[in-house]
Write a protein that binds this ligand. Sequence first.
Ligand code: SF4
Length: 746
Amino acid sequence: MNAMDQLDRIAITVKAHRLLRQLLKENPRLEEILRNSKNEIEARIGIRNWVLDELRQRPQALAYYEGRSSGREAFEALSWSDYAAIRLLDYVDQAGREFPDLNLRGEIAVSNPVRQLWLAVIHGTGGAKPDFFDDVLQLMRQFGGRSTVRTPTREEVESWMERYPSGLDPRIVALREENRERILHLIIDRIDRGELQSQRFAFEPGMSRSAKSDRALEWWADPAFHLRMAIRSPQLLNEMLGNSLDPDTMRVLQRAQDAGIPFFVNPYYLSLLHVRVPYFAIGADLAIRHYVVYSQQLVEEFGHIRAWEKEDLVRPGIPNAAGWMLPPYDNVHRRYPDVAILIPDTTGRACGGLCSSCQRMFDFQRGSLNFDLQALEPRATWPQKLGELMRYFEEDSQLRDILITGGDALMSSDAALARILDAVYGMAAAKRAGNEARERKYAEIQRVRLGTRLPVYLPQRITSQMADILARFRERASEVGIRQFVIQTHFESPMEVTPEAREAVQRLLGAGWIVTNQLVFSAGASRRGHTAKLRAVLNEVGVLPYYTFVLKGYRENSFNYAPIARVVQEELEEKKIGRLPERYYDEVRQLPERATSMLRQVSTLRGRACVPFLATDRSVLNLPAVGKSLTFRVIGITRYGRRILEFDHDRTRAHSPIIDRMGKVVVIESKSIGEYLRQLAEMGEDPAEYEGLYGYSMGQTEPRLPLFEYPPYDFEVTDELTNFELPPEDEDPRADEPETVGSAMR
Ligand code: SF4
């Protein structure tokens, strides 16, 4: 007997039986089809004919299902029950398809929901779980018009937003001061006991306790203090949190340390976590807390984590998964023709902290990113290597956008940062000069971005010296055609927007760089109103939302994962109230040109457009292939109720030609909707407020706002592609990846 046959014989549970009975009671036609079918094939044919009959009465929806119409307009014209009809047909069409499920380390998942239903009705078997039946029950209600969707009013959304104080709220500021005092006291004790030794952060003999407190308070403004005093063990983390972590959490954290997951929580960021929680702050720090406290799933998977983005794997002499030939180091990542990521060999390979659901956990696992700050100091060979990397950009026909990141771009020292920016300036100038002699022109550099979470993790690092370096670069680089200077940051919660963060943002804006935010839509951040509030607070300090990302990763990130249905719901319900009408697009386009007056510009724009925040962000998933998209349909579901989604690429941007060969991309979610709703309830949410969530089974990538477009050139760029080679058809970019890359670190 094969594994599938074995699963088919598994009896369903009592709870699953109850849900099935309810399903059949509400849907007599479905029951009739299932009971009268001799096998699952007949059941599929019966369901298909039934749904198609319904859909034929709605030609627009039929055309969408058949792929004869597509795009945002066609998507928005679909009715609520159309979503359900299309999903049912997709379930039937895709029945029996097998997918390697990387949430289960590559085990094969088969989607055949009609077979599960038929087996359950006829034999009481099939092994499907209650979350599967719950999902089908909701689907049939949607199809039969018994559940409808209601978009919340602006007042409702605003009342949800009010649940979340920001880090600028004076009551929260006072709480953080209390936290800071507690942490500093513990640090002073540790220094006194000789457990912390540092030449720079030491007390003179005979200093009184109050003099030490004053000195420690001065150190608080020094970024080096926070890096030096960062917490690197679970025991210390608990101690600094007033021993408030429960024993279960501590057991998980201890296992995390044993598994080799780095701990790095600096005192400033730790002070954002509450130990004493007054009524106005209940649950407010949850999204932050979940970024610091590792989940059991992460601990279990660490050592087996697979790189989500295939094109991040670089092998000398072989094109990456997107077809780009890259320099023979791990410093350049590239998906698109016009943009490449630069990861310098500096302390920028570390971060100000480790986010538990970090998109680069694979790199922390294999050690290419880490918190060994001394070892990350640039080697003598770095300047020469940097020159080689810059030549790659200079000699590429399409690159016009360089994203310097890590780790964290601003973790580099001032000198290292200045060196990198000098090199970028030289490269941009040389690229421009090279074009003079060229008949078929190459793209010139127009945009420079620095990817950093330091305005959040360690705003003290954004010093006036750093701002001077950035301002000087902007001035010089503007002369060689660079027009967009962007700090790309990652605020996750309104509670991270503190007075210190606001000051850091002000410095960056003052240097003429705009600050944009990429939010990761984690479970904690996905609570009603949380992200909308974050957008509003970011606007208040001059930050523009850029992307809302579906949380990437497999089972290691399942705890923090919010299903894509919730991402679409947020986009269509809450974010909707911040959309700017097209008549404001010209003004939006101007924003980056005048970064220094960003606060005033944003506030004027919000007032004139009468919106509570500027929803300038697109909600997307970074595909585990090439590019970003939210154009998808749910085409299947596992026995556990985890959905299987098929994505198309975002056709509105320049891509590597490889996407034409790749076809669609399948993603299996790591969490069912039922599991997610139970988690929300655990977080104190009322699941009734998420009504309709099950129904969001399709999406269409939102249009990009002009704010994030490249300025036009006054010449035509060649369509020749350099540094590009189509990899052989059967090439598996993961083939060389060791199975348990992290095991050496344990
Ligand atoms: S700041 Fe970015 S790279 Fe660093 S740990 Fe967080 S998500 Fe990962």
